[in-house]
Write a protein that binds this ligand. Sequence first.
Ligand SMILES: [Zn+2]
Length: 261
Amino acid sequence: MKISRVVLHRFSIGMFVLLTIPRLIGQNIDSLNFVKESQHFNFYSTKGDIKVLDSLAITLENNYSKIMNHIGIQIDKKNNVRVYPNVKAFHVAINQPDAPDWVVGTCHGDDLMMVSPLNPGTVHTYESLMQVIVHEFVHMAIYYAVGEKGIAALPKWLSEGYALYESGQINDHTRKYVESSLLKKAPPTWTELDAASDMEFGKMNGYAFSGTIVEFLIVTYGIDKLVLLIKKPENIEIIYGLSKNALEQQWIQYLEHEKIE
Ligand SMILES: [Zn+2]
């Protein structure tokens, strides 16, 4: 299927947006005030963003049980959601003042930090930020499931792809984008995706490709194996009964709509 260049370009820059930055020293964290709590979260924002917190809370709570059940954990405390009034304030808070506008959310330990959907910047929209908060919560849930050491051992395509999957960010646009880029060149390898820096990952459309890897694994082998893989990525051959290379070949077949053999 042909997609116009303009649409594709817009899509590629607007697509995904999320970084997990393991160590942050937020300068602005305390400038937000505690405003409300929901069943599992405490929300902090400026006055101007109070009116969006109900929608954020509903979105998170609506996805909470599904993600907890899939990963098979419980979290016994409330976690924080910090909503920054604009992209600039968020970038200062994560100590990346020069980050591009697609960087709009992160998870730092038990804090979710994000740009307000009311002021989404040049790349994102209100709606896409409602997915971003779920995406970041998936990172948090993985953090609770595997700990800091486990996070460090997790391939980037696996953590990002799973966050995309659970937050509904893999959609027809993503698939069409990936399909059309396959007409031009081979997809990045899993190793390349894993080795990329956060910025490189964004530039190579690592989010979209990773989403399709996780989607392929779940569609073909089920979510239980995927969760086992998140918990023990070094066991990939035991979990799937195939080498990583063989799985990677199957993923390419999946992308090309070939029968997987
Ligand atoms: Zn992410």
